[in-house]
Design a protein around this ligand. Structure first.
Ligand code: PLP
Length: 362
């Protein structure tokens, strides 16, 4: 056990008990409504956390990249979904090797053009690939833009020698900007639309939405229409989930950045030893990179690579050498910047976890 004062900074602290509680809470909601949980591992990238999710009852894991999926194999996972637009035939041997080690591997089909490229990848693997068809539900990123386009793509897939359509999926990331008062209604409208699209294609298809803002409300409204949800950030939390959208309590956020005040160049400003190489460049709609974890009005309002700028009405209470714990704006990009995280019991450091899939972007 090591006290926080003895840790070199900046350090990423992960409260083990809060992670476990967040995992169990989401799993309990999903299980109560008969919805599978297939968490996206892009947030944690850690075998240790994947093991906790699977032990709690997660049916499988979601990832963006082949490299992430490979890195998660030691967790014992049996079902994986690569929710991304795979097009490179050069990855076929790795994809075949991955499929051989799983009971079920699914890959995203995100447009007609991408489907043609993915067919060539599948042909090169020498095996049929299970696919999920991406429907854009408002993020305007990947996915068919209309219900008619979904039906057309499904018709093409039905003729494919290499791809087998198993379901529909989406990433409704635009809900991070939806008024929380209307998000339940909007989630219901989204489920109902996906259900209609499914009925026009094949009632046996699965529906797998995926976002930490909507996961709970979708499970609660599923009424048998949604088979799985794929949230990523829910078990760690950040300012986006605890403040911007309010879907989680600030007390449940499990990740903090421990930093040291390294200078006080002028009244009202403190500099810390954590900048964009720790917080990343992601910020909240209020332009905060981080905020004091203990609720004091002290915020990270600007970052350079190795400097964070703290401002707020309580910043003048800080002295050079003080330690401060800060909740980051966006946890996924923070974790990807570090090789290991410090595991804590809330009071002290009790170990480390490796970020196994760090940098596995290929
Ligand atoms: C395809 C996909 N699924 C699931 C998720 C998880 O969403 P969240 O970050 O809200 O947990 C993401 C996040 O970017 C995603 O891109």
């Amino acid at each position: 056990m090591t006290s926080f004062d003895a840790l070199p900074t900046p350090a990423v602290l992960v409260n083990r008990d809060k992670v476990a509680a967040n995992i169990h809470r989401m799993q309990a909601t999903c299980s109560a409504h008969g919805v599978e949980l297939r968490p996206h591992i892009k947030t944690h990238k850690m075998v240790a956390v994947a093991r906790m999710q699977l032990a709690a009852g997660a049916r499988g894991l979601t990832c963006a990249k082949l490299g992430e999926a490979e890195a998660m194999l030691p967790s014992g996972v049996r079902e994986m979904f690569i929710a991304h637009s795979l097009v490179d035939p050069g990855k076929a041997p790795r994809l075949a090797a991955l499929a051989a080690q799983l009971d079920d591997l699914r890959v995203g089909v995100t447009s007609e053009g991408q489907m043609e490229a993915l067919s060539r990848v599948a042909a090169a693997t020498g095996r049929k690939l299970n696919v999920m068809l991406a429907v854009d539900t408002g993020l305007n990123r990947e996915g068919v833009r209309s219900d008619e386009a979904a039906v057309k793509l499904a018709t093409l897939l039905a003729r494919s020698a290499h791809l087998v359509l198993r379901g529909l999926y989406c990433h409704e990331g635009h809900f991070y900007g939806v008024d929380p008062a209307t998000s339940a209604d909007q989630a219901e409208a989204m489920i109902s639309r996906l259900d209609q699209v499914r009925k026009s294609i094949d009632p046996q298809l699965a529906i797998w939405p995926g976002c930490s803002v909507t996961a709970r409300v979708i499970a609660e409204h599923s009424a048998g229409r949604v088979q799985a949800v794929r949230p990523g950030a829910y078990m760690f939390g950040d300012l986006s989930l605890a403040r911007t959208t309010g879907v989680m309590s600030p007390a449940d956020v499990a990740v903090e950045i421990l930093a040291t005040v390294i200078d006080r160049p002028e009244p009202g400003l403190a500099l810390i030893d954590a900048g964009s190489k720790t917080f990343s460049s992601d910020r909240t709609p209020l332009n905060l990179f981080g905020a004091a974890a203990d609720g004091r009005d002290i915020n990270v309002v600007r970052v350079n690579e190795e400097h964070g700028y703290l401002r707020g009405s309580e910043v003048d209470s800080l002295r050079i050498g003080d330690r401060i714990r800060l909740v980051p704006a966006h946890v996924c990009t923070v974790i990807n910047l570090t090789d290991t995280v410090i595991v804590t019991d809330g009071q002290q450091a009790i170990g480390t976890w490796l970020v196994d899939a760090r940098g596995r972007t290929q």
